[in-house]
Design a protein around this ligand. Sequence first.
Ligand code: MN
Length: 442
Amino acid sequence: MHGPDSTHDPALRSWVESANVPGCDFPIQNLPFGRFRTHGSEPWRIGVAIGDQILDLKLASELCPWPARVSVWLEPLAAGDLNTFMALGTRPRRAMRAALSAALADRSDQGPFLELCLVPQAQAQMSLPCQISNYTDFFTGVHHATTVGKLFRPDNPLLPNYRWVPIAYHGRASSVVVSGTHIRRPNGQYKPQEQDEPIFGPTRRLDYELELGVLVGTGNALGMAKTMAQAEEDWFGMVLLNDWSARDVQSWEYQPLGPFLAKSFASTVSPWVVTREALEPFRQPFVRADGEPAPLPYLDADDNRERGAIDVQLEVQLQSRAMRERGQEPVRLSQSNFRDAYWTVAQMLAHHTVNGCNLQAGDLLGTGTLSGPQPEQGGSLLELSAGGWHPVILPGGETRSFLLDGDRVILRAWCERRGARRIGFGECAGLVEPALPWPPLL
Ligand code: MN
C-alpha cells in the first residue's frame, strides 16, 4: 500500500515552463507514457508528456546520465516497447517516476542534457501506447446499466447478477485505434421496429461510449488467479476509451451471447497512459449505497474499501460538420465521474483472473460506460436521447439522436482536488466517416 509522495507535491515545478501553466493536463505531477515519432520513416519510441512537450526517452537514454538501474529500464522504452516496462511491476514503476520527476524538476542537474530531448507534442505522431493483445469491456457504470436496462426491459432494468458479478464481454483488440483515427460507419444487420424481418445497411444508430480503459501491468500465469492485493498492484495505468457502438445492430444481435459486430468495428483510446502512481492523490473510499450487498470475499479487501475508488472527472464533447464549418468549438454533451462506478479497478482484475484466465501486460480492460446519476449525465447518446426519442439539441439548432457522418466526438478526463496539482488525460477523439458501399467497389 502506498500513498502520495514527493513526486505529487503540488508545489513541484518543472524547468519545462508549459508544464507549470495552471490547468495544464501534463504538469510534472502527471508524467504519462505514450508512443510517438516525428517522421513516418522514424522508429517509434516511448516518451513522457510534460506540458506541451514530449520527453523523448530514446534521446534521453542516449544523451543524459541516469542511475544504472534506470538506464536498464530505459532500453526497452527507447526502442518503443512499453509492454516490457509495464510488466516489471510496482517498484521499477515508482523508481522510474521518481527519476523522471527529479530530472524534469526545476534546477535539475539533468535539465541541460534533457533540453535537447524535448519534442513539441504538436509535431509528434502518436500510436497506440503499447501492444494490446486482449480487450475486455466491463459494465461497471451502474447508472448506465440501469438506464439502458430500462430501455430494453422497462420492468426489470438491472438483472440480478449485476450486484454480484463484474459483468463483461470479450472485445476485439485488433480494432483498438489511437485518438485521431477516423471511424468508418459500419454496415450491419438490424431489424427496424416496424418491420418483421431484418435489413442490411449502414447503421442508423451509431453511438459513442464514455469509458476509461485500464492497462494491465504485471500479468498472471494461466491457472493462477490474482488476489485483490495483487490485482491492485498489477495494473499499470489508465487511458480514455470510446467504445463506439451500433445500437441497432446491438439490439438485434446481443441475445443470447452478448455484443459482437455492434462493438468490434472500432474502439478509440487516448495516446497517453496516466499511471496508477499519478492517480494516487485522487484515491477515495469505495462505498456501496445502503442496501447493496457486500462483494464476495474474493472481490473484497480492506485496502479496496479504504481507497479503491478514483476521483476522475469525465466529459464528452461533440462537434458536428456544420459547427466545424462555422468555426464553432465543440459543445459539451455530458459530465460524469469514475467514482460512481459499481466496481473498482482491482475488482475488475481480480474477477477476470479468478477462473485462472491469464492477463498479459498491455491487456485493455474497459470500465463500461461511465454515466452519472442524473439523466443529463448519460455517457452515450442512447441515454441522452432516451433511446432516440428525445434528440439532443446542438448550438445552431441541429439535433442528434445518434451520430451523423462528419461528427467529431471528443472524450476528456482530469483529476482535481484541493491540495493536489490537477492532472489530465489529454483527449480521445474520433471523426465519423460515411459507410462504405456494399458490395465493395473495386
Ligand atoms: Mn462499452
